[in-house]
Write a protein that binds this ligand. Structure first.
Ligand code: AMP
Length: 214
């Protein structure tokens, strides 16, 4: 299964992708995760990407396209993969199509996870991550028992630099302008499906699986 997850930041693509990995045994390719690791490791790629990410803008197409090309050529992707956060612009989608046409392995589905704007804002501004074990919380929807501390390891919780309010507004504006047009792009190719991304994680996951298996 070669799947693209579409949806605004905070729509829950990453959460659903993690459950799809377990169910279908295919890897998740999250360009956001790859870029955050490069920033944390201080690699040349990370140094280039950091300023774009901190402001909520997009890292240049040439950088992310190269990353994804390399990643989908890895042996663990032969059975398929879940692209999460890529493509985010029409040139990225076109470049992906070209690579996949050369590999004779086109996408099966682009699944759009749809969430109302007020919920997106709470999901994003409320997100906190443990410095110790990376466990994620949300102060509105899944707060830790003790404020500011991880339930699992007691570590300190922090807010991702790109989850601050100003940055989030920019990320959502960038999404509307650059990424939302991909709905049309995949619609015209007849591979677009959509799911309401509201409710419990498991409820959404059940709907996702039904859609993917239909
Ligand atoms: P995410 O975790 O997917 O929301 O990504 C976090 C940040 O990484 C984004 O706000 C962008 O700055 C950058 N990023 C991730 N994926 C892409 C992409 N496909 N194209 C450009 N920038 C990206």
């Amino acid at each position: 299964m070669r799947l693209v997850l579409l949806g605004a930041p905070g729509a829950g693509k990453g959460t659903q992708a993690k459950k799809l990995i377990d169910k279908y045994g295919i890897p998740q390719i999250s360009t956001g995760d790859i870029l955050r690791k490069a920033v944390a490791d201080g690699t040349p790629l990370g140094k280039e990407a950091k300023s774009y990410m901190d402001s909520g803008g997009l890292v240049p197409d040439s950088v992310v396209i190269g990353l994804v090309k390399e990643r989908i050529a890895q042996p663990d992707c032969t059975k398929g993969y879940i692209l999460d956060g890529f493509p985010r612009t029409t040139p990225q989608a076109e470049a992906l199509d070209k690579v996949l046409a050369d590999m004779k392995a086109p996408l099966d589905t682009a699944l759009s996870v749809d969430v109302d704007m007020d919920i997106l804002m709470k999901r994003l501004t409320g997100r906190r991550t443990c410095k110790g074990c990376q466990q994620m919380y949300n102060i509105y929807f899944g707060a830790p028992k003790k404020e500011g501390a991880c339930d699992k390891c007691g570590g300190e919780l922090f807010q991702r630099a790109d989850d601050k309010e100003e940055t989030i507004k920019n990320r959502l504006a960038v999404y509307e302008k650059s990424t939302a047009p991909l709905m049309d792009y995949y619609g015209k190719k007849n591979i677009l499906k959509s799911v309401q991304g509201m409710g419990s994680v498991d409820e959404i996951f059940n709907k996702v699986c039904k859609i993917l298996e239909s």
